[in-house]
Ligand binder design. Structure first.
Ligand SMILES: Nc1ncnc2c1ncn2[C@@H]1O[C@H](COP(=O)(O)OP(=O)(O)OP(=O)(O)O)[C@@H](O)[C@H]1O
Ligand SMILES: [Mg+2]
Length: 375
């Protein structure tokens, strides 16, 4: 059991490239922390420094009450599952699970007990005498996770463990790993978990908290709900959520004593609570951000606060439609329940329709700093 702390952690590779820029992060004991961000943002570099597989150029990594900067991987109380979780092909599932423990010279009956325990948790009991080539992708991945569990680590590290699996299997493994974490917690042996992914759905569904990274910097560390509804900056707002948040340039202008967002040639009034937050940006260029589910569309003008655009494209998702509106020189995505969308779509595309944002769910970002000024 251990908390994990990064203190001004830095990585400069031998070619002089600075991959990690002095990040601070505190992961509580037993917490499931997801590190997410686009390719190249240094998720793996960060995880590998925690694991001891990459040297630390500056700052410190603590696990529990120890600074581990100079400890070898096997002295850190960690176990790691990678994307390429190569199992030993000539060993059975049982032998694969036991291998690490045999190396650490544990007594035989204890090895057997730990292997059986892991097999039970991961439902591998029927598969114990099979070779890796006789397993499906998901089963093999479960064995890889099992190899990590049997070590009873204080800290579990995962680096994109599911990215080789198809979408369906990924979804079920996601649940399994989350359940495993909860199970360990319940049994009084919580494992601090650091899980790296570039997939925001995995991040949102698995993390107690999520750390969003960009180019070796941390952009925000928060709960999934807060990242979704209260993104601190434009990067987090755009990265979390699918389909993406609509983020477009605008200006805060005043009409009749009330602040409005410019939307193409038209304007939309802010709600009283948003207006209060951004008063000091009156007259300035900003970006507005609104998630597709907070855009309403209608055939007729709204009584108050609506703008207009051309309905240029629709995508049928089954239970809902994505409706694309051409507004000025950009497009907006609206996410509309099927029953509501169908009658509008039946009237044909490429015609003028009306839309409105739920202004209380709208975000406004400073044009220069890209910070959210409307929280
Ligand atoms: N050995 C190395 N020498 C120099 N630069 C490196 C080295 N390894 C990685 N980098 C660079 O460091 C940055 C971070 O790489 P890293 O592999 O940590 O990213 P990542 O977030 O895990 O990306 P991905 O999602 O693609 O796995 C990248 O710009 C990468 O090119
Ligand atoms: Mg990586």
């Amino acid at each position: 059991m251990a908390e994990v702390i990064f203190n001004k952690l830095e990585k400069v590779y031998s070619n002089g490239f600075k991959a990690v820029h002095g990040i601070d992060l505190k992961i509580a004991e037993g917490e499931f922390m997801v590190i997410v961000g686009p390719s190249g943002c240094a998720k793996s570099t960060t995880l590998r420094m925690l694991a001891g597989l990459e040297t630390i150029s500056g700052g410190e990594v603590r696990i529990g009450d120890k600074i581990v900067n100079n400890l070898a991987p096997k002295e850190r109380g960690i176990a790691m599952v990678f994307q390429n979780y190569a199992l030993y092909p000539h060993m059975t599932v049982r032998e694969n699970l036991a291998f690490g423990l045999k190396l650490s010279k544990l007594p035989k009956d204890q090895i057997e007990q730990q292997v059986n325990e892991a097999a039970k948790i991961l439902e591998l009991e029927e598969l114990m005498d099979r070779l890796p080539r006789q397993l499906s992708g998901g089963q093999a991945q479960r064995v890889a996770v099992g190899r990590a569990i049997v070590k009873k680590p204080d800290v579990f590290l995962f680096d994109e463990p599911l990215s080789n699996l198809d979408a369906k299997l990924r979804a079920s493994m996601r649940i399994r790993i989350s359940d495993l974490h909860k199970q360990l917690k319940k049994s009084g042996k919580p494992a601090t978990t650091v899980y790296v992914t570039h997939d925001q759905t995995e991040a949102m569904t698995m993390g107690d908290r999520i750390c969003v990274m960009k180019l070796g910097h941390i952009m925000q560390v928060d709960t999934p709900d807060n990242l979704y509804h209260k993104p601190k900056n434009m990067f987090v707002a755009g990265f979390i959520g699918a389909p993406e948040m609509n983020i477009r340039t605008s200006k805060l202008v005043e009409h009749d004593g009330r602040l409005h967002l410019t939307i193409g040639n038209e304007t939309m009034p802010l709600s009283a609570s948003k207006q209060e937050k951004v008063l000091d940006h009156k007259g300035q260029d900003v970006f507005y951000g609104v998630r597709p589910e907070f855009v309403s569309v209608a055939d007729e003008p709204f009584a108050e606060g609506g703008c207009s655009g051309e309905m240029v494209r629709v995508e049928n998702m089954g239970h809902e439609f994505f409706i694309y509106l051409k507004v000025a020189d950009y497009e907006l995505t609206a996410r509309i329940p099927s029953d509501e969308a169908k009658p509008m779509i039946a009237k044909g595309l490429n015609r003028r329709v009306y839309f409105r944002f739920d202004m209380n769910k709208c975000h406004i970002f400073d044009a220069k700093t890209e910070q959210n000024i409307s929280l």
